[in-house]
Design a protein around this ligand. Structure first.
Ligand SMILES: NC(=O)c1ccc[n+]([C@@H]2O[C@H](COP(=O)([O-])OP(=O)(O)OC[C@H]3O[C@@H](n4cnc5c(N)ncnc54)[C@H](O)[C@@H]3O)[C@@H](O)[C@H]2O)c1
Length: 262
């Protein structure tokens, strides 16, 4: 099993990509700490995951409520794991929010909200868990960025800026802590079919659900959206020792968008 002996904490694990990563990590033998703000959804998904898991993972999965914007809530999860003697050696910063808009119709409040969760949240959580990894002499941070970090997408002004920040934060962590046994990488997916997409289509483009979904599928030259489990496969690689020589990298999963014109 590729993640045996590792304890992986995932933020935003109650749905979508975070949930797919939780499933994949459990299947690869990891201890998994699923965390999210959405407490009832988190509890339900953790129970369903255990019910469907074939590896008898009951004693390898914890679901804990944690708001990445709230240092007190992060600290209480940290303390619970210390008490349980589950030292986190893999941290996946996956929680995020989005607002849709360009420079002119993005309010300061929108920008601040997106940066508070996506950027400051990453800082809060990593700052809480990195010191113990450094003391242990090894650790691995995986950040969910987005293709929007490197390719401007229409009406993703605040979100794209937050994801570009995450890409550079990833490189900074990689550079600053490489000599202390820490690796840091990020994944840049194009459009992944999750509630995240369905949610913002419903909020920002009511009545256009079908045409937007078609457009988002066509966006990838391969002709469909990415499945959450396809992102999870990459996460397993980046969080396992198979990628021991990979740090500071940004892994594209984009169905060919960045290959060139088509
Ligand atoms: N879906 C896509 O097309 C896509 C593409 C590129 C990158 N991403 C990135 O992948 C990651 C996961 O996206 P997803 O599509 O699974 O989204 P999702 O909305 O299904 O999951 C995000 C989770 O984050 C949680 N969350 C939000 N604010 C939080 C907070 N303050 N504290 C803790 N948890 C919080 C939500 O409750 C939710 O469960 C995000 O970082 C997103 O930006 C998604």
């Amino acid at each position: 099993m590729r993640l045996e002996g590792k304890t992986c904490l995932i933020t935003g694990a109650a749905g979508g990509i975070g949930l797919a990563m939780s499933r994949a990590f459990i299947a690869e033998g990891a201890h998994v700490v699923m965390t999210d703000l959405a407490s009832s959804q988190l509890e339900q998904q953790a129970q369903e995951l255990l019910a469907a898991d074939a590896t008898g993972a009951t004693d390898r999965l914890l679901a804990l409520v944690m708001d990445v914007t709230d240092p007190a809530s992060i600290k209480s999860v940290y303390n619970a794991l210390v008490e349980k003697k589950w030292p986190v050696n893999v941290l996946v910063n996956n929680a995020a929010v989005i607002t849709v808009g360009n420079l002119l119709n993005t309010s300061n409040e929108d920008l601040n909200r997106v940066f508070k969760v996506n950027v400051e949240g990453l800082l809060n959580v990593t700052r809480a868990f990195l010191p113990a990894m450094i003391s242990a002499g090894s650790g691995n941070v995986l950040n969910m960025a987005s293709l929007a970090a490197v390719r401007a997408m229409h009406d993703r002004f605040a979100y794209g800026a937050s994801k570009a920040s995450i890409q550079m934060m990833t490189r900074s962590i990689a550079v600053d802590f490489v000599s202390q046994g820490i690796r840091a990488n990020c994944i840049l997916p194009a459009r992944v079919h999750t509630d995240f997409i369905e949610g913002y289509i419903e909020q920002y483009y009511p009545g256009e659900e079908e045409s937007r979904m078609e457009e988002y599928s066509r966006y990838q030259p391969i002709g469909r959206m990415i499945k959450p489990e396809e992102v999870a496969h990459a996460a397993v690689y980046l969080c396992s020792d198979e990628s021991a020589m990979v740090t500071g990298t940004s892994m594209l999963i984009d169905g060919g968008v960045m290959a060139g014109d088509n």
